[in-house]
Every structure is written in C-alpha cells, then in structure tokens.
Design a protein around this ligand. Structure first.
Ligand SMILES: C[S@@+](CC[C@H](N)C(=O)[O-])C[C@H]1O[C@@H](n2cnc3c(N)ncnc32)[C@H](O)[C@@H]1O
Length: 256
C-alpha cells in the first residue's frame, strides 16, 4: 500500500489523518506554520500560487487543529499533498465539471479548483466536520468554482452527474468504480490518483471494471521531473449506457 492508498474506513498509511489528532493531554494539536512553497509551486500554480500558499497555510492551521490532517503531514504539505493533487489538473479539459469523491481536506478537489478556475469542483464528503471545514475554507479562499455535497457518493446516484470524477486515498478501484460510475455521464472518466499501485490495481480489477461499463483504461503520470514523486493516475472511461426502457410504453403495450 502506498502512502496515497487508503481504504474508505481510513486504514492504511496515507498522509491525511482520518480522525481528530489530539495531543496526549487530549487537547487539539497546535497550529503549525506552513512550509515555504517550493519552486515547483510557481510552475504548477502560475498566477494562482498566492492562493495555493493561502490554502497551505489553512491546512497547516485549522486543517491540523480540526483534525483533517495530521501534524506530521505539514512538512510535506506541498510535495505530497497540494502539488501531488494539482498536477493532475491536466486530465481535465477546459470548463469541465469534476466530482471529487471523499474530498477530506480538499485533496484533490481544492487544489484543482485553485490551479484551474475554469473547472467546477463538486466535493462529496460524508463527514460533517469535514464538510464544515471545506465550506469555511472555500469562503476564506474566495473560490467560486466549488460546491460541497455532504453524504456518501452512493447517495448521489441520479442527482449528481458530471463528465469527470476524481478521488485520492478513498478506496480500491473496484469499489471506487461502484461509487463513482453512477455519478458519471455517458462516456465519462474517473481519474483516480493511485500512486505506484495503479498498474497492479488495473490488472487485478480489469474484468470487474469492464463488467461495470468501462471501455478504456489508462495509467497516466503527471509532474515527472517536477515533483520528487510524480502523480500516477488510473483513468477509467465509461461507454454509453443503454437508454432506460420506457415503463409507460411497456405497460400500455404501445410501440414507439
Ligand atoms: C483517507 S481520506 C482521503 C481524503 C482526501 N481525498 C485525501 O487524499 O487526503 C478518505 C475520505 O473518504 C471519505 N469517504 C469514505 N467513504 C466514502 C463514500 N462512500 N463516499 C464519499 N466519501 C467517502 C472519508 O470520509 C474521508 O474523508
């Protein structure tokens, strides 16, 4: 399991804490100063780098004190978290709507919203503490291209649809596909930030993914030569689904 791979129940060695991180006295951990942005931040974020720095400062401050990330993540905020997520923006075309499932501390959702103001990010997250923090952070950053949806991905089938979905450190690809495919429009693509396990997960689950409607899968890496560890994504594209049969026509025996 790589540092980006966690199951939906929060087990694993991922970077972001899934439970409030308390000191031995039970008090919330103190806020830490955000590390200085590396040179790659200006390359990746361009004119939006100041906003990305503000996001880093919020993650190091209330992200830690509210238990969304562990204090040990702060020194690696840029390379392992913010930049790791932001470089994947290349997967999305101009103006796309993207559903980020299991957004947690806004990773990858808020990093993508900052680097690409043309995208619209739908952040799906079941935990109230996290959705409250996400909404506050969006307001603080002045982002107008994000919508927070509280609930499990499965609950939004039929009400939230987009051409793209994304997720990091949420579940294995088979489970992620079951959760996200119902949110994707016909021909839509799931861009899962997977790390080095991507090819193995694809090989292990390809049959299941095809049964669920996948027509194409690709492993695509972003940020090579720029980040200490490039971001490897598993991109799974759906085919067109059969149109639902018209119940009223069937009941009346009419032919259309
Ligand atoms: C390990 S955290 C990862 C958070 C963030 N994506 C990151 O990379 O730091 C997994 C997140 O997925 C959320 N989650 C778990 N099951 C979910 C589901 N069925 N639908 C949507 N989110 C879910 C959890 O509440 C948690 O915030």
């Amino acid at each position: 399991m790589t540092s980006h791979e966690r199951t939906d129940d929060g087990r694993g060695t991922g970077e972001t804490g899934t439970a409030p991180v308390a000191s031995s006295e039970g008090a919330p951990p103190a806020a830490l100063p955000a590390p200085t942005a590396p040179a790659a931040a200006a390359v990746v974020f361009g004119p939006h780098v100041a906003l990305a720095e503000r996001f880093a400062a919020i993650l190091a401050d209330t992200g830690v004190s509210h238990g969304l990330i562990g204090p040990r993540e702060v020194p690696i905020l840029w390379d392992r978290h913010i930049l790791n997520c932001a470089v994947a923006h290349e997967a999305f075309p101009e103006g796309a709507s993207v559903v980020d499932v299991g957004s947690g501390a806004g990773l990858p959702g808020l990093a993508l919203a900052i680097v690409r103001p043309d995208l619209h990010l739908h952040l799906v997250e079941p935990m109230l503490r996290r959705t409250t923090w996400l909404s506050t952070t969006i307001a603080e950053l002045g982002l107008e291209n994000c919508t927070v949806h509280r609930g499990r991905a499965e609950e939004f089938a039929g009400t939230l649809t987009a051409p793209y979905a994304t997720a990091r450190a949420v579940a294995r690809i088979d489970k992620l596909a079951r959760w996200t495919f119902p949110l994707l429009a016909d021909g839509g693509t799931l861009v899962a930030l997977k790390g080095e396990s991507a090819p193995a997960e694809l090989a292990a689950e390809e049959k299941v993914l095809r049964r669920l409607g996948m027509v194409e899968a690709r492993v695509v890496t972003y940020g090579a030569g720029l980040l200490p560890v490039a971001t490897t994504t598993l991109q799974v594209t759906l085919g067109a689904r059969p149109a639902p049969r018209r119940a009223s026509a069937r009941r009346s025996g009419k032919r259309s």
